[in-house]
Ligand binder design. Structure first.
Ligand code: 5CA
Length: 446
């Protein structure tokens, strides 16, 4: 992509309405535009990151054996009357009437609709286990939409629903989601800690939230700081192996980590003092086991092996896909701008031409562009006729993790400069070596 042809409306000034750094940088880097309170357009740069995050979520869900589908944003109220939640949900639900005066709503979540799909098509234990998920826009008419995409009214969520024949199988699905989420967040360069939480309007008594530590987070958290060192890393997980998956969950949930809703001061005080931490966190996901709450209310049953008919065991599992952009920026930035982790960056590398119009510099940049594209890596090439300082400032703001700087002086010696956004360190090398290095770095991320 050439910057001269792209649409990157960066702002020079700090927008007054943005109270936290991620909101400020998303506006300044031309990633989003607010259209109404808590409702955003995703401009090209923001859209690219959103799609990267979505892609990682899809890959990790499917690795765990979960099956994608797509449900609509609008739902008939009657489904929600069956579960009893139409009245319970209150003012957070956006209610709409169609031209026939039928009650509709913009879905805040999809337990009812997925249960309806299940009961229409599945009736035997032989079709289980089954986990269906989608990534779809949601609407919650939040009392206080704020912090940009962090607490929107319209937001993008992955929500998955497991159907199992008995409680043990449903708890395995719960654990499988926990492990797949750990891997999902790690691929995005995040440490998200599963914390025992409260279930709210979804229901059930077994639930964990995943929190990214950040002092701008909306949740108060209490934890043993040794949890922050736990990593899934490169280990291969057999998601069908109940004992293995449960073992990983134990590893990540044994140390104390709770939100204020479930905090237990007596237990907390047993943690050695130098590991006892109180802080704030951003909730980037939540998993629930709620058994037969919806299947009983809506008549979703299966015939078991011994011929009896039972309500199917369920849980639901969400990831805040659009919120994750904010969370990643809160966790990874400096005073010049965003620092994207390689896993989610909108472009793997930026090319800065220090002397646009110089035949050798232009040719070298175009050569780099071609060579990177041939390796499946699309660079953002700043080919504008601008001062070097302005080009560097834009690159720093939008946060591409790597930059190749090309100028006539270096080229006379056969070198370009490769710079890490995170460390600021630069290294001179041939253009070929720079391309190889970038390819090597991203081999682990794509
Ligand atoms: N049905 C369940 C799981 S699929 C559910 O709705 N869970 S939830 O309410 O916890 O939402 C899942 C995730 O969506 C949250 O963890 C959070 O990361 C994100 N989320 C919730 N509300 C908002 C909001 N107003 N703006 C942005 N993201 C949100």
């Amino acid at each position: 992509m050439r910057l001269s042809r792209y649409f990157l409306p960066v702002l020079k000034e700090n927008p007054a309405e943005a109270q936290i750094v991620s909101h400020r940088y998303m506006l300044r880097a031309g990633m989003i535009r607010q259209q109404a309170a808590g409702i955003y357009s995703w401009l090209p740069l923001g859209y690219r990151v959103l799609k990267r995050i979505e892609q990682i979520v899809h890959e990790e869900q499917q690795r765990a054996g979960h099956i994608p589908l797509l449900m609509p944003t609008l739902q008939p109220a009657d489904l929600w009357r069956e579960s009893g939640r139409y009245d319970d949900y209150g003012q957070e639900m956006l209610r709409i009437k169609d031209r026939h005066e039928r009650d509709m709503l913009y879905g805040p979540t999809n337990e009812e609709m997925i249960t309806d799909i299940f009961r229409a098509h599945v009736s035997s234990y032989k079709d289980l286990p089954l986990t269906l998920y989608h990534i779809q826009w949601k609407f919650r008419d939040e009392m206080r939409p704020r912090f940009g995409v962090m607490r929107g009214r319209e937001f993008y969520m992955k929500d998955g629903y497991n159907f199992d024949v008995d409680k043990a199988a449903a708890l395995h699905a719960y654990n499988r989601h926990m492990v797949s989420y750990l891997r999902t967040y790690e691929r995005m360069g995040l440490t998200a800690i599963p914390m025992r939480a409260a279930s709210g309007p979804i229901g059930g008594d077994n639930t964990h939230e995943f929190l990214v530590l950040a002092n701008t987070g909306e949740s108060e958290v209490f934890y043993d700081d040794r949890v922050t060192g736990l990593k899934l890393g490169a280990r291969q997980v057999d998601y069908d192996d109940r004992a293995e998956v449960e073992g990983i969950c134990k590893e990540f949930t044994t140390l104390y980590a709770r939100t204020d809703e479930t905090h237990d001061p007596a237990l907390f005080d047993q943690i050695p003092e130098d590991h006892r931490k109180v802080g704030r966190g951003i909730e980037v996901g939540q998993i629930f086991y709620f058994g037969t709450k919806y299947s009983e209310a809506m008549g979703a049953t299966v015939v078991t092996k011994d011929g009896s008919k039972v309500p199917v065991e369920m849980g639901s599992h969400g990831i805040g896909v659009s919120r994750l952009l904010g969370a990643i920026i809160e966790a990874s930035h400096d005073d010049k701008g965003i620092i994207w982790p390689e896993g989610v960056t909108p472009f793997p590398v930026g090319i800065v031409n220090l002397k646009q119009g110089d035949a050798a510099a232009d040719a070298a940049c175009e050569g780099l562009e071609k060579a990177l594209l041939a390796k499946g890596l699309e660079p953002l090439y700043d080919d504008r006729d601008e001062r070097a300082g302005a080009k560097f400032a834009t690159m720093d703001l939008i946060g591409l993790p790597w930059r190749i700087t090309v100028g006539p002086r270096g080229l006379a010696n056969g070198v370009v400069e490769l710079t890490s956004r995170r460390t600021g360190e630069s290294e001179e090398m041939s253009p070929e070596a720079a391309v190889d290095r970038i390819a090597q770095i991203y081999a682990a991320h794509r």
